[in-house]
Design a protein around this ligand. Structure first.
Ligand SMILES: Nc1ncnc2c1ncn2[C@@H]1O[C@H](COP(=O)(O)OP(=O)(O)O)[C@@H](O)[C@H]1O
Ligand SMILES: [Mg+2]
Length: 237
């Protein structure tokens, strides 16, 4: 079933007296349950597209639909509400709150969503366990490695039961082995928690994890291909 539909999407940014044409007519559909990688060199439009999929930004031409709703019809507060309920975000720089523990960081979006305390504890502990950080639940981000921090961010992205997780270059600040283990966790959660993932990368090594690769070049789709089978089995965690 279609979750996200981009139809002839353009995004232009005014820049001084000129215009940057960041996305130039992009069309694709992401179905429920997919694990999609958006790939391409710096400046090709990955972040711009992820922001439109995540209802943070809107196209200047064409349409983006989330669950059938054209995002242009959403007010800012309706878009914020949709994001809080249905979309989780993972960032290149982790964006954890340094003074909070792992537990508190993971719980934060549930507090914003006014979840009941008992539900918060249950979901939080389940997800901290699912990303392999139970032993570190009382630690603060500064006491964790980069890969561990990114796994905290992944647990946090999942706490409100989103249908979609968007990760913008989640492995860019990690060495390749750590990056692989983070992708491995994402791929497992994609299956076990039944969450759709869209992530961007410019690292070819990461691509073995994607079940579908959308390759961008200069704001256009250069390739959109599905991999036969993800090679995740046997990878050490
Ligand atoms: N807010 C902005 N104002 C002007 N130009 C922008 C803005 N955001 C992105 N761009 C430009 O749009 C193009 C695509 O950027 P981006 O989506 O960030 O690419 P990527 O994430 O693939 O590196 C680049 O040329 C970039 O400089
Ligand atoms: Mg980017």
């Amino acid at each position: 079933m279609a979750m996200v539909e981009l139809d002839a999407v353009h995004r232009e940014y005014p820049l001084g007296t000129t215009v940057v044409h960041a996305v130039r007519g992009v069309t694709f559909v992401i179905d429920t349950g997919e694990f999609v990688s958006i790939v391409g060199p710096s400046g090709c439009g990955k972040t711009t597209i992820l922001n439109m999929i995540g209802c943070i930004d809107k196209p200047t031409e064409g349409s983006v639909r989330f669950d059938g709703t054209d995002t242009r019809t959403l007010s800012d507060s309706a878009a914020a509400d949709l994001r809080l309920k249905h979309i989780g975000f993972v960032f290149q720089s982790f964006n954890l709150v340094p003074v909070l523990t792992v537990r508190e960081n993971v719980e934060l979006p549930m507090m914003l969503a006014h979840s009941r305390p008992a539900d918060r504890r249950r979901v939080r502990d389940h997800l901290i366990d699912a990303v392999g950080l139970s032993e570190f639940a009382s630690h603060k981000p500064g006491e964790l490695s980069g890969g561990q921090r990114q796994r905290v961010a992944i647990a946090r992205a999942l706490v409100n039961g989103p249908r979609l997780v968007i990760a913008d270059e989640p492995t860019a600040n990690l060495d390749s082995e750590t990056g692989n283990s983070v992708l491995d966790v994402m791929r497992r959660l994609n299956r076990e928690e039944d969450v759709t993932f869209v992530f961007s990368t410019h690292d070819p090594e990461i691509l073995q994890y994607a079940s579908r690769i959308i390759r961008l070049r200069d704001g256009r789709v250069e390739e959109d291909s599905r991999a036969p089978a993800p090679q995740t089995d046997g990878v050490e965690r």
